[in-house]
Design a protein. Structure first.
Length: 273
């Protein structure tokens, strides 16, 4: 990214370094806006509130606040036994019909039982449901995404992937037209082209995290954090940008700017002596 000449020619070292930091941050932000199309955002900052503009807040049933992937207390939710889940109180802007969408969430698997574990779903069985489903023994399992209420026939089944106990993974599910893709840590692990429709009526589009709806409850065991729901399909570049954005703690950006400022201040002091 080219730095404007007026900054290079007229700024003092400190202001120049700070300006450079701000310009680089602004350039990265301009390439990907994490709020564009955001209709539900659950950072779990001590609660299950929706921090998008839609206030699709979550009700917590049994799940417990826990450490997030950076070690911060009360910044994620853990699920350890049936029935524990979080369910939104509304579904304003949530996916319906054949609309494009993206769902991004961070997942920490405690263990892989010989059964499905539902990460999220709406109120109709198999209508909008993402599942980890171990089909063999061991520590690998594919993910299934089902839509349209045809339980047991996934729109997408991923490859078997390793799930290390206690490790956080970023999972993103994207629909663009009739193309469905599941990413883990910004890498595609499954995709398919299929013409499927969310059939749930308006009153059944609320999303439940960590547990399915009867009779297919399939309790999830582990942690969930930073769940984002978009009313648009993120591009592959956007998926990578969001993954990188959320892979570092938020204060690090400000710490970097502060550190750069201190370096600039030190240079000024040395040169003034």
């Amino acid at each position: 990214m080219e730095i404007p000449k007026w900054i290079m020619q007229h700024s003092k070292p400190l202001s120049g370094l700070l300006s450079l930091t701000l310009i680089l941050a602004a350039g990265a932000q301009a390439q990907f806006d994490p709020t564009d199309g955001l209709v539900g955002y659950y950072p779990f900052n001590g609660n299950a509130n929706d921090e998008s503009v839609n206030s699709n807040d979550g009700n917590v049933s049994g799940a417990q606040l826990d450490l997030d992937r950076f070690g911060n207390p009360s910044r994620s939710f853990s699920f350890s036994g049936y029935p524990e889940y979080i369910e939104t109180t509304a579904a304003v802007g949530f996916p319906s019909g054949t609309e494009d969408f993206t769902v991004s969430l961070w997942v920490q698997v405690a263990s892989l039982p010989p059964d499905a574990q539902i990460l999220f779903c709406n109120s109709v069985v198999g209508d909008f449901e993402l599942t980890i489903y171990r089909t063999t023994t061991g520590s690998t399992a594919p993910m299934d995404f089902m839509m349209g209420g045809d339980y047991g026939v996934p729109e997408v089944r991923t490859a078997d992937v390793l799930w290390e106990s206690g490790r956080w993974y970023n999972v993103q599910l994207v629909r663009s037209g009739n193309h469905f893709a599941i990413y883990r840590d910004a890498t595609v692990i499954g995709e398919n082209d299929v013409d499927s429709t969310i059939t749930a009526p308006p009153g059944s589009r609320n999303i439940r995290f960590g547990l399915g709806v009867p009779p297919q409850v399939h309790q999830f065991g582990g942690g969930l954090d930073d769940i984002r729901i978009y009313n648009r399909a993120l591009s592959g570049d956007d998926v990578g940008a969001l993954y990188r954005l959320e892979s570092v703690p938020e204060p690090q950006t400000y710490a970097l700017a502060f550190a750069v400022g201190l370096i600039g201040f030190g240079i000024i002091r040395r040169r003034s002596r």
